[in-house]
Every structure is written in C-alpha cells, then in structure tokens.
Design a protein around this ligand. Structure first.
Ligand code: HEC
Length: 138
C-alpha cells in the first residue's frame, strides 16, 4: 500500500515538474498560464515561421490595453510552435533602465540563453526600436 501511495505521489510530482520548461528562470515559471495578448502570429518575421503566441505577466497584462509605456516589472514572452515544447522562448523584461532582452532555445530538452542576454542586447533592441515602447504586438 505504502509503495502505491509513494508511486502516485512521485508520478504527481513528475507531472508538476514537467509542466514547467526546464532551464527557464523561476521568474518565468508558469508563463504559459499568463494572459495571451497576441496569438497565432504568422508574420514569417525574424522569429521563425511557426505560429507564435505572446504572453504577458500580471503587471504587463493590466497595462496592455492602456496608453503609455508598460510599467517596470512587466514581462512579455513570445513562443513559437507548441506551447508544451516551444522552439524558442523570447523574453522582454521591463527594468528601471528600460527593456532587457533574452531568448532561450531548447537543447537536449533544456532551455538556455542563445540570443539577447548580457552581451546580446543590441541585436534585439535595434530592431525593437521600431516598435511602440519597443513592442510590436501591443
Ligand atoms: C529583425 C527584427 C527583430 C529582432 C532582431 C528581434 N525581434 Fe522580437 N519581434 C520582432 C517582431 C516583428 C515582433 C512581432 C511579432 C512577430 O512578428 O514575431 C517581435 C516580437 C517580440 C516579442 C513579443 C512582444 C512584442 O514586441 O510584440 C518578444 C518578447 C520579442 N520579440 C523578443 C525578442 C528578443 C529577446 C530578441 C533578441 C534575441 C528579439 N526579439 C529580436 C522583431 C524583431
């Protein structure tokens, strides 16, 4: 009996862990349950031709439809392909110094920064400068 209970508990934990994408920082935990502010984008743009979705955390979502810039603390995530295993996870964090960019790619089932990040802000920022408050889908 104990064995069965243990097995069920472990299976349950496995499910919970599987729900998050491995390698992403905890600040992005559960982003797939955030508000979807743009979906099924198929612009064929720079972020692959796959169907793309844009998610906004609570702070960003609350201000998304208002005018003006998104407040500090906003996080906006764009994914491509299946939400359970996206090809990439592109992130914009609104800091007091402005938007900070990171793009995570899957490698062997785990996500790590492949663009943006500490040495890659210019690549993202230069193009996003063409958006409103650096955003294209708002
Ligand atoms: C050549 C232009 C270009 C570059 C470079 C670029 N983006 Fe984008 N980005 C876009 C466009 C256009 C969209 C609108 C949605 C779409 O078509 O994919 C977008 C959308 C986004 C969004 C959703 C929020 C929004 O702006 O609507 C995020 C998050 C994002 N990009 C992150 C990044 C990150 C991180 C990088 C750098 C690693 C990056 N982008 C580099 C053009 C660019």
């Amino acid at each position: 009996m104990t064995k069965y209970v243990l097995a069920i508990v472990l299976a349950g934990m496995g499910f919970v862990f599987a729900a998050g994408l491995k390698g992403l920082p905890s600040t992005l935990g559960g982003f797939e349950k955030w508000a979807v502010v743009a979906k099924n984008l198929d612009t064929g743009g720079p972020h692959s031709g796959l169907s793309k979705q844009v998610f906004a955390n609570k702070i960003a979502a609350a201000a998304w439809k208002k005018t003006g810039k998104l407040p500090v603390g906003s996080i906006v995530v764009k994914t491509s392909g299946k939400i359970s295993s996206p090809g990439f996870v592109a992130v914009m964090y609104k800091r007091s110094s402005g938007w900070y960019y990171e793009e995570y790619f899957a490698k062997n089932g785990s996500y790590s920064i492949g663009a943006g990040g500490a040495n890659g802000q210019a690549l993202c920022k230069d193009c996003h400068a063409g958006g409103k408050d650096e955003l294209f889908t708002r």
